[in-house]
Design a protein around this ligand. Structure first.
Ligand SMILES: Cc1cc2nc3c(=O)[nH]c(=O)nc-3n(C[C@H](O)[C@H](O)[C@H](O)COP(=O)(O)OP(=O)(O)OC[C@H]3O[C@@H](n4cnc5c(N)ncnc54)[C@H](O)[C@@H]3O)c2cc1C
Length: 418
């Protein structure tokens, strides 16, 4: 496993750190009759249950409150959040969605502005994203002997005598090569860039949206539970969440970006935007003391031109079984020949998805590779056993760590249609 930065150096440690089904996607599923969103929420809720149960030291349940000012809001959010509760797996419910009268609301959020009639309290989870990523890497190494190499950036790739050869660069400029049978590109926001190392003309599959967070001392913004601002002017949700014992996370923004950079800045406008929403909902000292800020790119799968906030967060797996020596016409991908178990080097790419959905997207990816019959020993079916990929010199692995939900979600884009 080759990682350009430290473990979790990319988007995975700049998230809101929620293990959630995504109340926003549920709203979109209902309003727009979008089955994909519906499936996404159900699957994410199953993954939420799995993460909270299997890693209680890294993920814990978190009560979140949606404040309400009018009767219409009370009805609207009440119905939605009850539905959210109903959709979570019956084998692992976190707790009921229930109404908090205004006294209870103000005891949870003593600095909240006056005028709230109460709020709906529902449940999601929160996790230690960096520790979780390190834990996964250690698990792969200890259990499966996977060699995890950090500060090893892939800068070029080609097929040589039936193998995938990659060039790797260290921060000191040292370059060396590694070889494998199959390459899995799981570089999140950098996926398009890595795809173009193989095919410079490949059309972009991602839209990147930068999301920023502020870290504020809890003494300046006292909260006892998560607080969800249900609608911003650009149609987003904004979270104010307890983080560790003494801080609060405020986020996030959604600013579309062209290309990912390694150090992701939080712009002055984004900080002002987050501060303005805090001031709209809470009586806080001005200026709000901000201890830290961080930002990351959401790797969203392209679908038309609308605002990135409306793009679904489901994942896509793309398989390129072979790099042709003759370039395919512009915009056209290889067709998948049947290889009948013969050795055939290739690449696969996983995009999108939330951190909390890592298991199903990675399994989907390795499952598809296995289904091509190109790597004997690789399970073709999602969720069917443990999967370990070993190449020559390099080891690429995907692992199942516990009982799986019955189905894997996401969309397979195996051939055609870019
Ligand atoms: C603001 C924000 C809030 C979010 N909130 C949540 C949330 O609350 N819950 C949730 O589940 N998800 C959330 N997400 C989504 C989630 O964080 C991401 O979808 C997920 O972490 C992506 O994981 P990844 O492994 O695909 O990408 P990354 O974590 O970015 O990993 C890709 C890795 O590839 C490496 N890399 C890139 N190029 C190369 C190369 N050439 N050679 C070697 N290595 C390379 C990078 O260094 C990086 O570490 C949020 C995302 C954002 C931006």
């Amino acid at each position: 496993m080759l990682e350009a930065q430290d473990i979790g150096g990319g988007t995975s440690t700049t998230s809101t750190k929620l293990v959630h089904g995504g109340v926003r996607y549920l709203e979109s599923a209902v309003k727009n009759f979008r089955y994909a969103d519906w499936k996404l929420v159900r699957e994410a809720l199953r993954e939420r249950a799995w993460m909270l149960q299997s890693h209680p030291q890294l993920a814990k349940p978190l009560p979140i409150v949606v404040p309400v000012r009018t009767s219409w809001e009370r009805l609207y959010y009440g119905v939605g959040l009850k539905l959210y509760e109903l959709l979570s797996p019956s084998s692992y419910k976190l707790g009921p969605t229930h109404w908090l009268a205004s006294k209870a609301l103000y005891s949870f959020f003593p600095a909240a502005k006056a005028g709230f009639r109460g709020g709906w309290q529902y449940w999601d989870g929160q996790f230690e994203d960096r520790l979780y990523a390190v834990h996964l890497a250690l698990f792969l190494r200890q259990r499966y002997g996977v060699e995890v190499r950090t500060y090893a950036r892939v800068t070029a790739m080609r097929l040589v005598k039936g193998h995938v050869r990659v060039e790797v660069e260290t921060p000191l400029g040292l370059r060396y090569e590694e070889e494998g049978d199959w390459l899995v590109n799981a570089t999140g926001p950098w996926s398009d860039r890595v795809r173009r190392l193989i095919r410079p003309e490949a059309p972009a599959r991602l839209r990147l949206s930068r999301g920023s967070h502020l870290v504020v001392p809890r003494s300046a913004l006292p909260i006892q539970a998560g607080f969800l601002i249900p609608r911003t002017e650009d149609g987003r949700l904004l979270f104010v969440l307890p983080w560790k014992d003494e801080t609060v996370l405020v986020g996030t923004t959604e600013v579309e970006e062209g290309q990912p950079t390694w150090k992701v800045p939080v712009s002055e406008e984004e900080e002002a935007y987050l501060r303005a929403y805090v001031a709209q909902y809470f009586e806080v000292e001005e200026p709000l003391p901000v201890q830290a800020r961080f930002a990351g790119y959401r790797p969203l799968v392209r679908a038309g031109r609308g605002p990135s906030a409306r793009l679904a967060r489901s994942h896509v797996v793309e398989v390129w079984p072979q790099l042709r020596t003759v370039k395919p016409p512009r915009g056209q991908m290889d067709h998948l020949p049947s290889h009948g178990g013969r050795h055939c080097p290739g690449y696969s790419f996983g995009f999108g998805a939330a951190f909390a959905g890592w298991r199903s997207s990675r399994e989907h990816c390795t499952g598809l590779v296995g289904a091509r019959g190109v790597m004997p020993g690789l399970s073709p079916a999602c969720g069917a056993g443990r999967i370990v990929l070993r190449g020559r010199g390099t080891v690429l692995a995907a692992v199942r760590m516990g009982p799986l939900p019955p189905r894997c979600g996401g969309r397979a884009v195996a051939a055609a249609s870019d």
